[in-house]
Write a protein that binds this ligand. Structure first.
Ligand code: GLY
Ligand code: MN
Ligand code: MN
Length: 454
């Protein structure tokens, strides 16, 4: 074989290997089509009024063995799961002098071949086909970012007052400080809060996002069912958390969407107890708030379970009030009218008000006080790439939104906490869909599921 052909074949083989390694790396998560992420960037650009948005990916952890999770906005806009990148979206502006067109640029850090021995092969701007692989129109090295921003503002000075970044990003602050210094124009460089715009977009889930949320919900339901079969006196809270995490991962989830809460006895009254260090005792209830994320989309489920397999009369009474509140809130739901989270619980359209009123009217503490005195948190929150997905509150609930309904009552003097939490979708027809419908809800169904062998 002539040497040039042989060398070319070696090159082809090398790029095929590289491409397959990159594909393996990139396909670990189920992605949406590249056009979806592109459409989101275009939708963001439409809200910029000719401005420039700059956001940074999560950094590779300082200690390479620490957990890594992509920045949620960055993932939403790119589907890009590698660390250390930046994204610039430039809104079209006909009235600027000169006018500028829509642009989107992914800035990638230079490959660190030594670090790649620890954390795997990455893609950089010099990698052949980087723009096609990333799905972003332009890909440049990270070192070009200050120069590109500088050139944009030099060509259109008023742009410095129309920059959008994450307000708490140290990288954005450093970049804007540098740019304002080099342009000698510090005054106008106070950026706008980019999350005001990304939140508006992320509130409404598209069908593919709903499918990913569905996979997270189903994997979490399965782990909760395993929990129902595994809770027994003498078993530790931590053993339950461990079994659930193993099952979540067997079901294709990359991690729990928050530290699992397995709180028995007095621990059931601590809202975000995650120490999971006690051994469960007969006669107590255990609050199990545990769910996972599938390809970056979260679920969030709580069930409350009698350790011995049978609720006492008092536990059942309180359980039924909490379940009644969840059902009352769901029954009162009207798309476009109902709201989530009203801290004062006065607005009749607030599902919080409905649930709170139900608990207030249907149960008492040991001293005759209304049971609602023992509910101290909001009714729910949006769910998406973040388990607490961003939203302003109170939020009017509209088609495409996904949120939890999770009333709870926590009575320390009775060592009795009860929370029941499901994730709901507002369907396009305005109807509420319970993503966790197949998991037992009633006290009796919980008891029956605890006896199941499979
Ligand atoms: N698992 C956290 C929450 O329910 O909000
Ligand atoms: Mn929740
Ligand atoms: Mn929860």
């Amino acid at each position: 074989m002539p040497r040039t052909i042989s060398r070319n074949l070696h090159l082809v083989a090398f790029f095929l290997l590289l491409a397959s390694l990159l594909t393996i790396g990139l396909s670990a998560l189920e992605k949406q089509p590249a056009s979806t992420y592109h459409d989101r960037r275009v939708a963001l650009a439409a809200r910029l009024h000719g401005g420039v948005a700059i956001l940074f990916a999560a950094e590779e952890p300082l200690l390479d063995f620490m957990p890594y999770r992509q920045d949620a906005d960055f993932y939403y806009l790119t589907g890009w799961n590698e660390p250390g990148a930046a994204l610039m979206v430039v809104g079209a502006e006909q009235n600027a002098t000169p006018a500028h067109a829509y642009r989107e640029i992914l800035f990638l850090p230079t490959r660190n071949l030594r670090m790649e021995k620890y954390t795997g092969i990455k893609l950089d701007a010099a990698t052949p086909g980087a723009a096609k692989t990333s799905g972003v129109d332009e890909v440049m090295p990270m070192t070009s970012l200050p120069g590109v921003l500088n050139a944009l503002i030099t060509a259109d000075r008023p742009l410095s007052a129309n920059l959008w970044t994450h307000p708490d990003s140290t990288q954005s602050s450093a970049l804007l400080n540098w740019t304002s210094t080099t342009l000698g124009e510090a005054a106008n460089f106070t950026p706008h809060d980019l999350t005001l715009l990304t939140t508006q977009l992320r509130l409404f889930k598209d069908p593919e996002e709903l499918a990913l949320l569905g996979k997270a919900a189903d994997a979490s339901i399965d782990a909760q069912r395993l929990m129902l079969r595994s809770v027994k006196p003498g078993v530790t809270e931590r053993a339950i958390a461990g079994k659930m995490i193993a099952r979540m991962m067997e079901n294709g989830c990359e991690r729990p969407s928050y530290a699992p809460i397995v709180g028995s006895g007095i621990n059931s009254t601590e809202l975000h107890y995650a120490e999971n260090s006690a051994t469960m005792a007969a006669g107590d209830v255990v609050v199990v708030d545990a769910a996972c994320e599938y390809s970056m989309y979260a679920s969030d489920i709580t069930r409350t379970v009698p350790v011995s397999g049978h609720f006492t009369d008092r536990q059942r009474e309180v359980y039924n009030v909490v379940l009644g509140a969840q059902r009352a809130a769901a029954a009162a739901f009207v798309a476009g009218k109902s709201t989530l989270n009203d801290p004062y619980r006065r607005d009749p359209n607030s599902l919080d008000t409905v649930a709170w009123q139900y608990i207030h009217d249907h149960g008492k503490g040991l001293h005759g006080e209304p049971l609602s005195d023992y509910w101290i948190h909001g009714l729910g929150h949006m769910v998406g790439i973040d388990v607490h997905d961003p939203s302003g509150y109170p939020a009017v609930l509209r088609p495409g939104m996904v949120f939890t309904i999770e009333p709870g009552v926590y009575i320390p003097e009775e060592k009795l906490g009860v929370r029941i939490e499901d994730v709901f979708i507002v369907g396009q027809d305005g109807k509420l869909i319970d993503m966790i419908a197949s998991l037992p809800h009633t006290a009796e169904d919980v008891e029956a599921a605890m006896k199941a062998t499979k």
